[in-house]
Design a protein around this ligand. Structure first.
Ligand SMILES: NC(=O)c1ccc[n+]([C@@H]2O[C@H](COP(=O)([O-])OP(=O)(O)OC[C@H]3O[C@@H](n4cnc5c(N)ncnc54)[C@H](O)[C@@H]3O)[C@@H](O)[C@H]2O)c1
Length: 606
C-alpha cells in the first residue's frame, strides 16, 4: 500500500471571514483605524481604543474556521487534528455562541478564555511528537516530555472534589476564571453539530421499535412529543427516518418555523384536529409524516386522554430541566411568560410545576392505556415529582430501556471528521461502510439516510452507533483509505462521552444499573487512563456534562488516522480497548449479553 505524502505548510490556512456588510480592518493604533485629525492620544482615548479593539477582536472571534486541506501547520497530524477540531468547535456553523467560546449545552465551552485559546493554538503548532500538552479546564498549563505513542494532549475539565461539586461552588469558581464547564464534547474538541442529537434520537427510537414492537422501524406507529428546540427538534425527523409519524407541539411558533425551514418537520397543523387527522391519514396511507403543532403540551396531552386517542409512543423534550425558562406554563405565550417570571418569580415557578404535573399525569394515563412512554434526559420526571406526582418515575428513562442493551455489547455513538474539509471523504467512507458492514441493517439504513438528509456543519463529519469489534475494524479501514490516497487528508475518529464504558451519570447513562453501581465513577477514570496508555491522540476527563454539576463524571478520546503504520497500531489498541472497557463494565454489573461478548473478546476479565 503506497504511503501518501501529506505536506507541511508554512502557516495555518485559518480563514477569518468578516461578518456580512463589515469593512476589512484598516491599519491604525492596535488595528483600529485612526481618524485623520488624530495626532495625539490621551490615556482615555487609548483606553477607548483598546476597548474598541477588544470589540473588534470579538467580532473576528465569531468567525473562526478550521484550516482545510492536506497541508498542516503543526508538526504532526495528531496535533493538527486537535488544532482543527478545537477551531471547528468554534466555527459559527457549529458553535452556539462562539464569541464567548460557547459550543453547546448551556455554557459548554471549548477554552477558558481567548488568551487561553490563543496559547493552546500556539502550543499545538509547535508541539513535538514526543511531547504532551496538559489542559486544565480550558487553559494550557504545561508541556511535558513524553513519547511517540503517548497522547499529544491530556484534558481535565470542571473537576471538583466531590463535597464541593455543587452549582454554587462551581459557577463561583468559574466566574473567578479558575475553571470552565466543558460539557461533553465542547471542552474535548469533538462536537460536530446537530447530527449528533439526530443520530442519538434515531438510535433511541430504533431500539424502542425493536424492544417494544419487535419491529426494525416505526412503520404504522406514531409519536406524540413536545419541544422543537435545538435538541428536541431532532424528534420529528428521526421518527420519519424510521418510517413512523410524529405529532410534536411547541408553544413557540418560531421554533416550528425554524424546523420547517430546515426540513426537520414536514408540515404545520392548523390545530389539534388537523394534526391528528394528518397523522391518521399518514398511517393509513403508509406515508410517514411529521407534524408541528403550535400548542402547549400541558393542554394537548390531557386532551388526547379525554378524546381516547392513544399514541404508540409518548415523550417530552421541552427544556424542563430549567424551571426558570425551559417550560412555558399553561395559558402563557413565550412573551407573556417572560413578563410573568419577572413580575413574580415564585408564582411563575408554581405555575410551571403545576403544568408539568398536568402533562405528566396525562403521560402516565396514556402509558396505562398502552403508549410506550419514556423520559429523554430532560429531568421531566424529577420536576414532576417535585410538583407532587408521586408516580412520575413510572415513566422509564430512555437509557435503561433502550440504550443499555446497546451499551452492554460495547455499542455507542461513534464519529469521524474529515480533516480535509472535503465532503467527498465522508461520502467515500459512507460507501465503504455500506460494503464492509452490509449485514448490519440498522447501521446501513442510518448511513444511507444520513447521506441523503444530513447537512454538514463545519468540517464534514459522520456519526453512527458502532460496537466492540466493529469500531476497531472501521479504524483500520479508514487508516488504509488515508494511506492509499483515497481520502484527501487524515480522519479524526472520536466519540461522545455518552458512551458504553466512559461515563458515570446516575440520572442518565448509568440510571438503574443491574447491580446498583449507578454512582460508581471509577469506570470513566479507568477509561481515560486506558485510552491514554493505549495511545489516543487526545484524551479528556470531565465533570458535569449532560446532567449538570455534581451529577456526572465522564471521559472522551480522539484518535487521528493519518495513514501511517504508527497510527494503525494505536488504532488497533484504542478502538479495541475503549469499547472493550464498556463491555467489561457491563459484564461486571451482571448483564448476560456483556458476559457473552467478553467470553470471545480479545481482553480478559480475571
Ligand atoms: N437525552 C439526551 O441525550 C439529551 C440531549 C440533549 C438535551 N437533552 C434535554 O432535552 C431538553 C430540550 O433541549 P433543547 O436544546 O431542545 O431545548 P430548547 O430550549 O432549545 O427547546 C425547548 C423547546 O420547548 C418548547 N416548550 C417549552 N415549554 C413548552 C410547553 N409547555 N409545551 C410545548 N412546548 C414547550 C420551547 O418553546 C422550546 O422551543 C433539555 O432539557 C435538554 O437538557 C437531552
Amino acid at each position: 500500500m503506497g504511503q501518501r505524502k501529506i505536506g507541511l505548510s508554512n502557516g495555518a490556512r485559518t480563514r477569518h471571514r468578516l461578518p456580512e456588510g463589515s469593512e476589512p480592518r484598516r491599519p491604525g493604533v492596535l488595528g483600529v483605524p485612526l481618524a485623520p485629525h488624530a495626532t495625539a492620544l490621551t490615556p482615555e482615548c487609548l483606553l477607548a481604543l483598546c476597548s474598541t479593539e477588544r470589540a473588534v477582536s470579538e467580532v473576528d472571534r465569531t468567525h473562526i474556521e478550521a484550516p482545510r486541506g492536506s497541508e498542516r501547520s503543526c508538526r504532526g497530524w495528531a496535533q493538527e487534528g486537535a488544532l482543527r477540531l478545537l477551531m471547528n468547535n468554534l466555527d459559527p456553523e457549529v458553535a452556539r455562541d462562539p464569541a464567548h467560546l460557547i459550543v453547546y449545552g448551556g455554557r459548554g465551552k471549548a477554552a477558558r478564555d481567548w488568551g487561553a485559546y490563543d496559547r493552546i493554538v500556539a502550543t499545538l503548532r509547535e508541539l513535538g511528537d514526543e511531547e504532551t500538552l496538559l489542559v486544565q479546564s480550558g487553559k494550557p498549563v504545561g508541556v511535558f516530555p513524553t513519547h511517540r505513542d503517548a497522547p499529544r494532549v491530556l484534558i481535565a475539565n470542571a473537576l471538583l472534589v466531590p463535597h464541593w461539586a455543587t452549582d454554587e461552588v462551581f459557577w463561583d469558581l468559574e466566574a473567578r476564571g479558575l475553571t470552565m464547564y466543558g460539557q461533553m464534547t465542547a471542552g474535548s474538541w469533538i462536537y460536530i453539530g446537530t447530527q449528533g442529537i439526530l443520530q442519538g434520537t434515531y438510535e433511541t427510537l430504533a431500539s424502542l421499535a425493536r424492544v417494544e414492537f419487535q419491529q426494525n422501524d416505526l412503520q404504522g406507529r406514531w409519536l406524540l412529543s413536545s419541544g422543537l428546540g435545538e435538541m428536541g427538534g431532532a424528534q420529528p425527523l428521526a421518527t420519519t427516518m424510521l418510517a413512523g409519524s410524529a405529532l410534536v407541539c411547541d408553544v413557540d411558533p418560531r421554533a416550528i418555523r425554524r424546523r420547517l425551514e430546515k426540513g426537520y418537520v414536514d408540515v404545520q397543523a392548523r390545530d389539534l384536529d388537523d394534526g391528528l387527522a394528518r397523522v391518521a391519514t399518514a398511517i393509513a396511507d403508509r406515508r410517514p409524516v411529521s407534524v408541528g403543532l403550535e400548542a402547549n403540551a400541558a393542554e394537548v396531552y390531557p386532551e388526547l386522554v379525554r378524546r381516547g386517542r392513544t399514541p404508540d409512543i409518548v415523550s417530552d423534550q421541552t427544556a424542563a430541566h430549567d424551571l426558570a425558562v425551559g417550560y412555558i406554563p399553561l395559558g402563557l405565550t413565550v412573551e407573556s411568560a417572560a413578563r410573568s417570571r419577572e413580575r413574580d418569580p415564585e408564582g411563575y415557578r408554581r405555575r410551571v410545576l403545576d403544568s408539568i404535573a398536568t402533562e405528566c399525569r396525562a403521560i402516565i394515563e396514556l402509558q396505562r392505556r398502552g403508549a410506550k412512554a419514556f423520559d429523554y434526559g430532560n429531568s421531566f420526571r424529577a420536576q414532576a415529582r417535585t410538583a407532587g406526582v408521586a408516580d412520575a418515575f413510572d415513566i422509564p428513562g430512555y437509557v435503561p430501556k433502550y440504550i443499555r442493551p446497546l451499551f452492554a455489547v460495547g455499542s455507542g455513538p461513534f464519529r469521524w471528521v474529515a480533516l480535509s474539509g472535503d465532503a467527498k471523504d465522508i461520502r467515500a467512507i459512507d460507501s465503504r461502510i455500506l460494503r464492509e458492514f452490509s449485514t448490519d441493517e440498522s447501521l446501513c439504513r442510518w448511513i444511507r439516510l444520513a447521506s441523503e438528509r444530513v447537512q454538514f456543519q463545519g468540517l464534514p463529519a459522520r456519526i453512527c452507533y458502532m460496537g466492540y469489534g466493529a469500531r476497531e475494524r472501521f479504524g483500520h479501514l479508514v487508516n488504509e483509505m488515508v494511506a492509499s490516497g483515497e481520502l484527501a487528508a487524515p480522519i479524526a475518529i472520536g466519540r461522545d462521552h455518552h458512551d458504553t464504558g466512559s461515563v458515570a451519570s446516575p440520572y442518565r447513562e448509568t440510571e438503574a444499573m443491574a447491580d446498583g453501581s449507578d454512582a460508581i465513577a471509577d469506570w470513566p477514570i479507568l477509561n481515560a487512563l486506558l485510552n491514554a496508555v493505549s495511545g489516543a491522540s487526545w484524551v479528556s476527563v470531565h465533570h458535569g456534562g449532560g446532567v449538570g454539576i455534581g451529577n456526572s463524571i465522564h471521559a472522551g478520546l480522539v484518535i487521528v488516522a493519518d495513514g501511517s503504520s504508527d497510527a494503525d497500531r494505536r488504532i488497533g489498541r484504542v478502538l479495541h480497548n475503549d469499547p472493550g472497557l464498556g463491555v467489561a463494565r457491563h459484564a461486571d454489573a451482571g448483564y448476560p449479553a456483556s458476559a457473552a461478548v467478553a467470553r470471545t473478546a480479545r481482553f480478559r476479565i480475571p
